[in-house]
Design a protein around this ligand. Structure first.
Ligand code: SF4
Ligand code: F3S
Ligand code: FES
Length: 260
């Protein structure tokens, strides 16, 4: 394996490398140094496993797939929110000792494992898909362009790196913002051609979309490359604005509500 810094290739195999790993719980903790020998093709998660095998068998971390698909191994690597299994050592070896900390936004359970239950509570606020009745042929018919618009959102691996990075959740969880991942889930259902539910009031009141100031950090860290801000959040913001501030639509809703 080789890293490329300013055009120079650097092999990592056989190199001694130090990791500063957070050890502790939500009350107290510290960075502990571990030095191991790197091997060919290593990713940060391999290093954690090697540290567990040789020096710290009680070091807690989550992982499942080691393929960037389960979303379990999210962490702050040298201060950047990333998946440990998708961060190759040759990408970070030249930055000096590698610091590995748990995600900042969620409470630490132990070492690198955080309590992400906030996200499961937020998920419950998004009304589920409400499919339209099938047509006279007993089928749902949808156009490819309609499918394409929401397909991107289905790539989400629920790593919660976007949630971890959004400054609203990081600093002001108390305001009730559900976060980019769950605004995106609402968008996925709202844009679904076969859905008949109306989530716009929920998006505004329960998911708190108004707290997003479109700073796009969520999009920047998404390991699936989903354009969360432009393709999910902004279109939903537009729908909320149309609903809340369009006087013609407001009048129409009042009239139709009084008829029922
Ligand atoms: Fe992770 Fe991206 Fe899904 Fe957010 S949208 S949870 S960053 S995969
Ligand atoms: Fe947060 Fe993403 Fe909006 S980082 S502020 S949800 S654009
Ligand atoms: Fe599954 Fe990293 S171990 S995404």
């Amino acid at each position: 394996m080789a890293s490329h810094t300013a055009g120079k290739s650097v092999s990592v195999a056989g190199r001694e490398h130090t990791f500063n790993v957070f050890r502790g719980d939500k009350e107290h903790g510290e960075l502990v140094d571990y030095t191991i020998e790197l091997s060919e093709g290593m990713v940060v998660l391999d290093a954690i496993h090697q540290i567990q095998a040789t020096e710290a068998p009680d070091l807690a971390c989550r992982w499942n797939c080691k393929a960037g698909k389960c979303g379990s191994c999210s962490a702050e690597i040298n201060g950047k929110p990333r998946l440990m299994c998708m961060t190759r050592m040759d990408q970070v070896v030249d930055e000096g000792p590698t610091t590995i900390k748990p995600m900042k936004t969620f409470p630490v359970i132990k070492d690198l494992a955080t309590d992400v239950s906030f996200n499961y509570r937020a998920a419950k606020k998004v009304p589920a898909l409400d499919p339209k009745p099938k047509d006279e042929r007993g089928e749902w018919t949808m156009y490819q362009y309609e499918v394409d618009r929401i397909q991107e959102f289905r790539k989400c691996i629920e790593c919660f790196l976007c949630q971890n990075t959004c400054h609203v959740l990081r600093d002001h969880q108390e305001v009730g913002f559900a976060g980019p991942r769950f605004i995106m889930r609402a968008a996925q259902y709202e844009m679904h051609p076969m859905d008949q539910a109306d989530r716009i009031d929920v998006v505004k009141e329960e998911l708190g979309i108004g707290y997003c100031n479109i700073n796009k950090c969520c999009t920047d860290v998404c390991p699936e490359g989903i354009n969360i801000t432009d393709n999910a959040i902004i279109p939903l913001k537009e729908r909320v604005v149309d609903r809340v501030y369009d006087p013609v639509m407001g009048l129409w809703r009042k009239l139709t509500a009084s008829e029922t």
